[in-house]
Write a protein that binds this ligand. Structure first.
Ligand SMILES: [Zn+2]
Length: 272
């Protein structure tokens, strides 16, 4: 995610500076073919009250295939939902590519195969943006909704975004939320402290390659060989335990012992 911050200081939302406590994220797409993030900045960095815009509108960010352009502080109230969600949700717009026209809320002439690379780029960047915001405001992926889901819940106006577009690429808001969840899990794994990582590795090791502290811990099929190696001083413990050897180590030692025994015509039993 190439996050660039450039606030739309001339948009009325900015000087008004009303704060929100983000409780969720609303995903929009622009329904305007081919207008990319920096162009939207120019179009919306204007004052509705001064008559410079014909719509009173503002979002927190625009996403295209080159940039995630943050245009308003995340906790400043924007006007993106046409409903109550403005006071609760961070809103961002995914820019739609050129090469089709809108006819009655559908993308006429849209070539999903040709647009797949662009779609994948903005889908991924949007997932990353949402994961970032979830971390910043302690939000869960379940708090992410599209504009059309917001309408279904009665907190946003009647718009079709983003489902008119996502479905053309086999995606939905459920797959989007799942992708954010996966991203968050990955980030958690990356952010794990060395201490936590070491503890996890140790418990994994103990589970899969247990430490035999004494002869009593050794499984029956290896017990005689192990006892013989101890009695001959070949295994001397690990300064903590009388045996102190891991399963994989004991296995290697016993293979060697049995091979040596076979060369010498001996066995643990024969020596007893
Ligand atoms: Zn929308």
């Amino acid at each position: 995610m190439n996050l660039v911050t450039r606030y739309m200081t001339k948009n009325d939302c900015y000087p008004e500076g009303r704060k929100i406590t983000p409780a969720g994220i609303m995903v929009h797409s622009t329904a305007t073919p081919g207008v990319m993030a920096y162009r939207w900045f120019e179009l919306w960095n204007k004052s509705y009250k001064a008559g410079e815009m014909n719509r009173e509108v503002c979002v927190h960010a625009f996403v295209d295939d080159t940039v995630v352009l943050q245009t308003l502080p995340w906790d400043m109230r924007a006007l993106h939902a046409g409903g109550r969600a403005n006071s609760t949700h961070i809103g961002f717009e995914i820019c739609e590519p050129s090469g089709f026209t809108y006819i009655e809320n559908s993308m006429s002439g849209y070539d999903a195969e040709a647009q797949e690379p662009y779609f994948r780029a903005v889908f991924t960047a949007s997932v990353e943006l949402c994961a970032y915001l979830c971390g910043l405001f302690d939000l869960t992926p379940d708090s992410i909704i599209s504009h059309n889901e917001g309408y279904a819940r009665g907190i946003a106006s009647n718009h079709a975004d983003v489902m008119h577009w996502f479905t053309k690429h086999g995606e939905s808001m459920d797959t989007f939320r799942a992708a954010v969840k996966t991203k968050l899990t990955e980030q958690e794994a990356q952010n794990m402290t060395k201490e936590a990582f070491d503890a996890l590795m140790m418990s994994y090791r103990d589970e899969n390659d247990p430490l035999y502290k004494t002869l009593d811990d050794v499984p029956p099929y290896w017990k005689d060989d192990a006892a013989h190696l101890v009695s001959k001083g070949a295994i001397k413990g690990d300064n903590v335990h009388s045996l102190g050897i891991r399963r994989s180590e004991l296995k290697a030692v016993i293979i060697s012992k049995r091979y040596a025994d076979s060369l010498l015509g001996l066995s643990a039993e024969a020596e007893k």
